[in-house]
Design a protein around this ligand. Structure first.
Ligand code: CP3
Length: 363
């Protein structure tokens, strides 16, 4: 990047920003304060593309790995050591607290229910959503991670699945391209769906607040499948859940990151939630969104995960392009537009984080 090129958050001419810890850089970028360069991490950075993950994960089921505090701490930290990411995200899954609500879910490899959740009796039977009692190990993992990261001042992220995405899998019983079952419920039994989403929203608020109390510096809400809705349906069924979750989590003081995949048709709605950071997928023009909405909200993203298959110098070029595109925004966190894939090359992930560090000292 030529000297003088702006990057999001605008670099301070003084020297003190050169000393930013990873936590400070990350939290400042979330809040739109000056930084020396964008921080970098990757969604699904702990996972099957890493040989070390496959080793640590072997011999137990996925949910056992999520419940085993030492193992989950080890998996959470692997990307920090192995690929140079600058934030650690809790190793768990968006369905862990739902299992805590008494829903029998197995992973093969995605979440699967033997009996999809479609009746009023099943919705009524959902446990109260007191995550501290139902999934205490999640908060033990966060506490242990916060301790492990304190000396190096690395930011720790908690997360939750958004009610729409959780409900889409629960009602379908498994992953799907179209998630037709929840759409049939939306049109055929709207009151039942409203009740299901309300319960999941309550649980999500309690879950995210408890994560911050247990040590998460910031939290991210994943709404992977909300983009399947039309803009009008999205405004009715999804936007209010985001608004409630953001507002009720804000009391914790931790920055809130909102990620919605396939959201190009509802971009203005992403910025009506009060989230501190909006995480975009690669189908949106980062520069345009930064111009239009970036003054009030920081941005995260948005490289196509498949682009990590490119040679390192091309990845570096894309990182530079992303940083420049995001420059009009008050802050930018470099990330992918969706999670790492099992076939993502480890070298590509390293090239991505190294390129981010190469942006240091610009201007
Ligand atoms: O980002 C991270 O590294 C933290 C951990 C994390 C996992 N899942 C671990 C996981 C996070 C943040 C998630 C979120 C998640 N889980 C989402 C939202 C984000 C997204 O990727 O869309 C969704 C929809 C799920 C549901 C889920 N869990 C699916 C569809 C799958 C299987 C397919 C896949 O992508 O791996 C899982 C299982 C899962 N969750 C694995 C991991 C590491 C793989 C399990 C294994 O080891 O076999």
């Amino acid at each position: 990047m030529p000297p003088g090129t702006a990057i999001a958050g605008r670099v301070c001419a003084g020297t003190e920003l050169a000393e930013l810890s990873r936590s400070e850089r990350f939290l400042r970028a979330c809040r739109g304060q000056e930084v020396d360069r964008p921080p970098v991490w990757l969604m699904r950075q702990a996972g099957r593309y890493l040989p070390a993950y496959r080793e640590t994960r072997s011999g137990v089921t996925f949910l056992e790995a999520c419940r085993d505090v030492d193992r989950a701490v080890e998996i959470s930290l692997q990307p920090l050591r192995l690929v140079g990411t600058e934030a650690v995200i809790l190793f768990s899954d968006i369905f862990v607290p739902v299992v805590g609500m008494g829903v029998p879910i197995t992973f093969s490899p995605g979440p699967t229910l033997e009996t999809p959740l479609r009746s009023p009796a099943q919705v009524e039977a959902l446990a109260g959503g007191d995550p501290r009692a139902e999934v205490p190990y999640v908060f033990e993992i966060l506490g242990a991670l916060r301790k492990a990261l304190a000396a190096d001042e690395v930011p720790l992220l908690g997360f939750a699945g958004a009610p729409w995405t959780l409900a889409a899998y629960l009602v379908e019983g498994r992953g799907s391209k179209e998630f037709g079952a929840i759409k049939r419920m939306l049109y055929g039994e709207p009151e039942l769906l409203r009740e299901l989403l309300a319960r999941l929203t309550d649980m999500t608020v309690a879950y995210l607040r408890a994560q911050v109390e247990a040590g998460a510096h910031a939290v991210q809400l994943f709404d992977t499948w909300a983009g399947l809705l039309s803009p009008a349906e999205y405004r009715e069924w999804v936007l209010p859940t985001h608004q409630r979750i953001v507002a009720e989590t804000a009391v914790s003081g931790a920055p809130f990151i909102l990620y919605v995949k396939d959201s190009a048709h509802v971009v203005p709605e992403l910025f009506q939630t009060g989230a501190d950071v909006v995480s975009l997928d690669w189908r949106v023009e980062l520069a345009q969104v930064a111009e239009r909405f970036g003054a009030e909200t920081s941005l995260q993203g948005n490289l196509d995960p498949s682009a990590l298959a490119a040679p390192p110098e091309q990845i570096a070029q894309r990182v530079q392009d992303l940083a420049e595109a995001a420059a009009p925004a008050r802050g930018h966190i470099l990330n992918l537009g969706h999670g790492c894939l099992p076939e993502t090359p480890v070298e590509g992930v390293r090239a991505f984080t190294e390129a981010a560090r190469g942006l240091a000292g610009v201007r």
